[in-house]
Design a protein. Structure first.
Length: 185
């Protein structure tokens, strides 16, 4: 089992590297996303192309998709719930387009309407829950610029994270159903 020291702050490169090489978790990774905009130089360039009418391609996301397929083949699960308010930001429209290839590669992606998230007591911050045993609490600067993640292994907080996950997953809408609802509207 992957064990990291509590309180350690992981850089974005460490999280991305640990996901890419499979070392961050042994069985399951679950993410709660709450922001309506995440940014990085790569994301900004891709978003600009998307807003100019280009489609999101699997080629530009090849590393992530390869990791998802590898983990699924190894029996690992990767899932997320994104808490979303309507109307969607330009970024969220782009991210939903990205999610389609991630779901096809094996990630369980669900959408939770923001008002329902509030009713369920889902927190307003992002985190990863790894192997049911530790949390990477995400930290962001302005406009969703990722700074890193704090490792939390306190049993009470981890139990709360599992409760938040279970509540969110129980009421979140699978990505394909959410997309169908949006198309029909």
């Amino acid at each position: 089992m992957t064990v990291l020291p509590a309180g350690r702050v992981l850089t974005p490169a460490e999280i991305e590297g640990g996901l890419a090489d499979g070392s961050l978790f042994d069985h399951s990774a679950w993410r709660l996303e709450t922001l309506d905009w995440y940014t990085s130089p790569v994301t900004e360039a891709r978003l600009a192309r998307f807003l100019a009418g280009e489609q999101v391609t699997a080629a530009e996301r090849a590393g992530w998709l390869s990791m998802l397929r590898r983990d699924a083949a190894a029996g690992k699960t990767l899932a997320r719930v994104h808490v979303i308010a309507e109307p969607l930001t330009d970024y969220l429209r782009y991210e939903l387009a990205c999610y389609e290839s991630s779901a096809a590669a094996g990630e369980d992606i669900r959408i939770l309407p923001a008002e329902l998230g509030a009713e369920l007591g889902v927190p307003g911050f992002d985190f990863w829950l790894f192997d049911e045993t530790w949390v990477a609490l995400q930290h962001y600067a302005e406009r969703g610029r990722w700074l890193g993640a704090q490792v939390i292994s306190d049993p009470y907080f981890v139990a709360e994270a599992r409760r938040w996950r279970d509540a969110a997953m129980s009421r979140a809408i699978p990505l394909d159903a959410y997309q169908a609802e949006r198309s029909a509207a």
